[in-house]
Design a protein around this ligand. Sequence first.
Ligand code: NAD
Length: 350
Amino acid sequence: MTVWQELDKDGFEQFIWCRDQESGLRAFIAIHNTKRGPALGGCRLWPYASEEDAVADAMRLARSMTYKAAAAGLAYGGGKAVVIGRADDPRNEQQFEALGRFIERLGGSYWTGVDVGTTTAHMDAVARFTSYVTDMTGSLGGTDDWTADMTAYGLLHGMKATAKRIYGTDRLHGLTIAVQGLGKVGWALCRYLHREGARLMVTDLSMRLVEQAVLQFQALPIAADRIYDVPCHIWAPCALGGILNLSTIDRLQCRIVAGSANNQMASPQQLHLEALQQKGIVYAPDYIVNAGGIIATAAELDGDGPRRIRSRVKRIAHTLEEVYHLSEAEGITTAAAADRIAEHALHSYE
Ligand code: NAD
């Protein structure tokens, strides 16, 4: 299938190839859907091996932003920008200024922000040429780790809603929670969970982060390759995607999987979703439970202050309850229920 056929099949509205000779910028902007409002989705900076890889990533990410925003009830659509390059390229500033000029030409149908590989400094460069940008210096999203903190806050409330369903109470006090990955989101999550009185088991590739978590949260350190085997109430993947396959699912000893990582199931997804379900493990769909960051960004664009933003992020719990209800009523996986809710929000929007 050609890239054009794929764009057509997935219902993309616009796909732009951005090339700036002077700065060496090579980027793509994918606008998947703007039915609910302007496309929102950060800009990834990555040394893609080929243009095809960058196109595929932009398409996958933009499409999932549409679903994430729609399921969260936001008046925004889904898009993504990917820049082929490296964060240590001395031409970064000029490249992101050039990207700002391309985004400006789109007239507000796409808003960018920080994603993997980009920082507030990149967004400051974009902002010199367009106002359709978030996460610059001076914005809430430009504050260190604020988006990750909101993602963790949403995840906390998603865990509470799921615990209520399984254990009859949303109190996490005394529950054992295994956290894979102590980066920006995983760390903030541990801070919230520790305050709630949860018992933490943690792992990361960085021993420094694990040691810090042991000191700060009295967490139990677990070797990275053993985290799948620990008996716990909730298993929280907050590192990379694609970690749940038949062999890792077989090792899990939990009742709930709820984490921030995107695309947690290895391919084919359906097989692994069903394997989890057969084991009696409730899966909190990733794009529902990790939507705190985008909800917060949208709320900031809508002019909300920090208090109102938190209360909007907290509503992730209600969305999840809807997902579980639909999944039970229709006998479908929680991921399929999430897709139905997102698609309904997309198609019924006037
Ligand atoms: P991060 O890069 O700050 O942290 C990831 C951490 O995972 C790092 O500390 C890394 O050492 C660790 N890690 C990587 N592989 C590991 C492994 N095999 N075992 C244990 N630890 C491992 O990233 P982040 O911003 O915290 O995001 C975490 C995940 O959540 C990512 O999948 C990201 O796409 C997703 N996510 C993040 C946000 C956000 O607001 N930052 C929002 C939605 C989704």
